[in-house]
Every structure is written in structure tokens, then in C-alpha cells.
Unconditional design. Structure first.
Length: 172
């Protein structure tokens, strides 16, 4: 298995405490960061755990209760101040774009990077994201509002072709 590390930035519930931040985890897979939920204070935890903002291009939100997404506006604004380029994808149910697109339009006009929402219905198990590194599936969960968990499936590393004198060698 390649580098696969889960950082728990927050695991508290809706009420803030001095011991726990609200929910947020960051999966580090081959030095790409995938955030799952973004509760308040997430960007501070990001810094205190020495995670690299430049490596974050995907955020997965489980549901639209505040303790799972109130950290988004601050984090998105900070990424803009840091001059992030390229695209950040926020994966979640349609409410997430309804809530956060107006905030982005108001606070983050002329962004250095683009934000794309990948929206889906959280009530079924489906593949919502795939790249060379992993596939991500939704897992419907029981909660007061529509909610899903995420299954991250690591994909085998692509073999490399190594040029030798007169032939190629395939290395897994
Ligand atoms: Zn909730």
C-alpha cells in the first residue's frame, strides 16, 4: 500500500468544546489530500497539523448541518489569499451549493482558483469520483437530514515503463 494516512482534525459534535473541534478529517493518499467534512476551525487544525494547503483539491461534505460545513467559507477564502490555482471540487448534496455559492460570490469574487460543485443525491450508494489514485463511493446514512458517508477505494499504482539499453522493463 502506498502512503495512506488519515488525519483527524475534528471529531466533536455540534456544541463547541475546548477539547474537540467539529468534524473534519483529511485523507492523505500519495501526497494528495482529500478532506471529509469541514467544521468550524478546520483551517486552524490544518495549519497545526502541518498539512499543505496546495495538496487539497477535493472536499467531501457528508450533510448540511453546520458542524460539518461551517468551516468552508473561511477555508475557501484562505486558499484564495494563498493564491491557490486550478480547481477545487466540493462534493455534496445540492443544498451545499445552494448555501455556499452565494457566500463565495459575495466574499470571494475574482478568485485565484475555481470552485466546482459535484452534486449528488445522498440516498443511494454510487460512485461519485474517480481518478488514477482512488474511487469514492457514497454510503447512505440515517440522520435527521439526508446524509452520506464516503468509501475511499485505493486503486493500484500504474506500472512505470523504465527505459533500458534496448528494451523496456515494466515495474509495478
Ligand atoms: Zn448532523
Amino acid at each position: 500500500m502506498e502512503h495512506f494516512e488519515l488525519n483527524i482534525l475534528g471529531c466533536g459534535s455540534a456544541l463547541p468544546t475546548t477539547r474537540h473541534f467539529p468534524s473534519s478529517q483529511v485523507l492523505n493518499l500519495r501526497n494528495k489530500l482529500y478532506m471529509i467534512d469541514c467544521g468550524e476551525g478546520t483551517q486552524m487544525q490544518f495549519r497545526s497539523m502541518n498539512l499543505n494547503f496546495n495538496r487539497l483539491n477535493h472536499i467531501f461534505i457528508s450533510h448540511s448541518h453546520g458542524d460539518h460545513c461551517f468551516g468552508l467559507p473561511g477555508l475557501l477564502s484562505t486558499l484564495n489569499l494563498l493564491g491557490k490555482t486550478g480547481e477545487l471540487v466540493i462534493h455534496g448534496q445540492p443544498d451545499i451549493e445552494k448555501i455556499f455559492r452565494p457566500l463565495l460570490d459575495y466574499f470571494c469574487s475574482n478568485m485565484t482558483y475555481s470552485v466546482r460543485f459535484n452534486l449528488f443525491k445522498p440516498n443511494k450508494n454510487e460512485l461519485i469520483f474517480e481518478d488514477k489514485t482512488l474511487r469514492v463511493y457514497t454510503i447512505p446514512l440515517k440522520h435527521k437530514i439526508p446524509t452520506c458517508g464516503y468509501l475511499f477505494e485505493e486503486l493500484p499504482k500504474q506500472p512505470h515503463l523504465i527505459r533500458e539499453e534496448k528494451s523496456f522493463r515494466i515495474v509495478a
